[in-house]
Design a protein around this ligand. Structure first.
Ligand code: BT5
Length: 261
């Protein structure tokens, strides 16, 4: 990961003028690092990249497996000029950026699983965790965290994940330069969020529908104790997933877990 460290320390600024960045060999969570930086008065854009996380997090305090040197683990502190009501669109825009960053490789069955996962061949390859800082009518700051599996072999995942997770190496069978990939993804995140600021949620929603690979799929939706199966129809302009249930009823999923079936 020396190459990644060198890139973060010397070249990351090339993604966006004014971008500050730090590389940490090991930390609990890059999202926690970026949140702490913000709470102690630091301003973005700020990029934190780690070689390993001891307490990588997903949503609802789920764990993100982050073994040393096997994946990309990074967070960006940003100040998008958006109303708070558009916060649910941020992980969707970031997902498009993640997919865009991987566009140079022939990855089959790449699906942005609403709202925050990237799946390849029906297995999870990356996850996105966006956390807002402070309440208010407009977004003050957001931390965008991404974990992307790069070189894990099946035995590198816990037994729990082995059959549902994958890595770029498992899909492509080649080693990809972590720094080149990070450069592409970070640049694409800035571009997608700038588009969201400029063109608004309707354009983002239509773009996500076209590019996510998530339309027309059979899914199971779990919201609390309630489960529905159906077909994905698209996105509302607020970023909710629209599903036609088996009973033909249309539901807009605000939060909850969606499973590809
Ligand atoms: C996510 O949450 O998918 C968001 C993960 C974000 C991780 C990044 S790493 C950099 C930054 N710093 C952090 O602390 N976090 C961010 P969620 O949708 O809740 O999915 C979590 C679930 O994904 C877990 O419960 C596992 O089932 C699965 N999982 C955990 N580690 C995984 C891995 N390495 N690859 C694939 N799936 C994994």
């Amino acid at each position: 990961m020396l190459q990644l460290k060198n890139w973060v320390e010397r070249e990351a600024g090339g993604c966006l003028p004014g971008l500050k960045s730090v590389y940490l060999e090991r930390t609990a969570s890059t999202n926690d690092e970026a949140l702490e930086y913000c709470r102690s008065g630091g301003k973005g854009p700020f990029l934190v990249v780690a070689g390993e996380q001891s307490a990588g997090r997903g949503r609802l305090e789920r764990k993100w497996e982050s073994p040393p040197g096997k994946g990309l683990y990074f967070s960006l502190l940003l100040h998008p000029k958006l109303p708070s009501a558009q916060a649910p669109l941020i992980p969707l825009a970031v997902g498009l950026a993640l997919k865009q960053g991987l566009a140079g490789w022939a990855l089959p069955d790449l699906v942005l699983k609403w709202p925050n996962d990237l799946w390849a061949g029906k297995r999870k390859m990356a996850g996105i965790l966006c956390e807002l800082v402070g309440p208010g009518p407009r977004i003050n700051a957001v931390v965008v965290g991404i974990g992307l599996n790069l070189t894990q072999r099946p035995e590198d995942f816990s037994s729990e994940l082995r059959l549902m997770a994958t890595s770029l190496w498992q899909v492509l069978n080649i080693d990809v330069s972590a720094s080149a990939l990070l450069h592409k993804i970070v640049s694409a995140i800035f571009a997608e969020l700038a588009k969201l600021e400029e063109l608004g949620p309707v354009v983002l929603a239509r773009s996500w529908e076209q590019r996510s690979g998530m339309l027309g799929l059979q899914v199971k939706v779990r919201e609390g104790n309630h489960e529905t199966s159906g077909t994905t129809l698209g996105l509302t302009d607020g970023g909710q997933l629209r599903v036609r249930g088996a009973d033909e009823k249309i539901i807009d999923v605000l939060s909850g877990d969606v499973f590809l079936i």
